[in-house]
Ligand binder design. Structure first.
Ligand SMILES: CC(C)(COP(=O)(O)OP(=O)(O)OC[C@H]1O[C@@H](n2cnc3c(N)ncnc32)[C@H](O)[C@@H]1OP(=O)(O)O)[C@@H](O)C(=O)NCCC(=O)NCCS
Length: 160
């Protein structure tokens, strides 16, 4: 599968907002995410990805089709590490290795230390991230249980 990571231009912010709705709908199965009266999910950080140097937004394309997005932050820890803030592959593109390749491309943008969290209840992420990080990390993948609204696992690893 031909997978690409494309920086989201500010003009495409509404496209990213649409994908974030799909992502949140998936997440509403495992976290309490109430719908607004407009039938949407609220997301407070969209603009930050277009105003802050420490945040990056990418579309994931698979076979030339829009297939998801990845949001990364360089400001979560004050040590130069990067963090996978949000990561989504649309249902029609899943289980084809799209996320695995997109994650590899994302990490390659910033060789060094990366972190990410996944909810224990997110069975897809709980299978996906340990598998992917084990294959890309150049050393051990540190794994710590944390509580951020719900029980999560935090991974910290080095790539490149
Ligand atoms: C998690 C997610 C990104 C995986 O995307 P994907 O493109 O289907 O993942 P891949 O096809 O690259 O999967 C790679 C490997 O991860 C594991 N995996 C992925 N999804 C899985 C699932 N639902 N159940 C079990 N294992 C899974 C498998 O080992 C898989 O390899 P295999 O298909 O050869 O068995 C996708 O399900 C998603 O966007 N979910 C909703 C949003 C989300 O939870 N994002 C992560 C936030 S932390």
């Amino acid at each position: 599968m031909d997978v690409e990571l494309l920086a989201v231009a500010e003009a495409d912010k509404p496209v990213l907002a649409n994908l974030i709705q799909l992502y949140q709908h998936d997440f509403s199965e495992i976290r309490e995410l109430p719908l607004t009266r407009h039938g949407t999910f609220g997301y407070s950080y969209l603009d930050h990805y277009f105003t802050e140097q420490t945040r990056e937004a990418y579309f994931i394309e698979a076979g030339g089709e829009l297939a998801g997005f990845a949001l990364a932050r360089g400001d979560v820890d004050p040590d130069g590490s990067w963090n996978v803030a949000e990561f989504f592959v649309a249902r029609g593109h899943r289980r084809k290795g799209v996320a695995r390749e997109a994650a590899r491309l994302l990490f390659a943008r910033h060789p060094g230390v990366w972190t990410l969290n996944f909810d224990h209840a997110n069975t897809a992420a709980a299978a996906f991230w340990p598998s992917v990080t084990a294959s890309v990390a150049t050393g051990p993948v540190e794994e710590v249980d944390v509580f951020e609204e719900v029980p999560c696992t935090r991974l910290r690893f080095r790539v490149g």
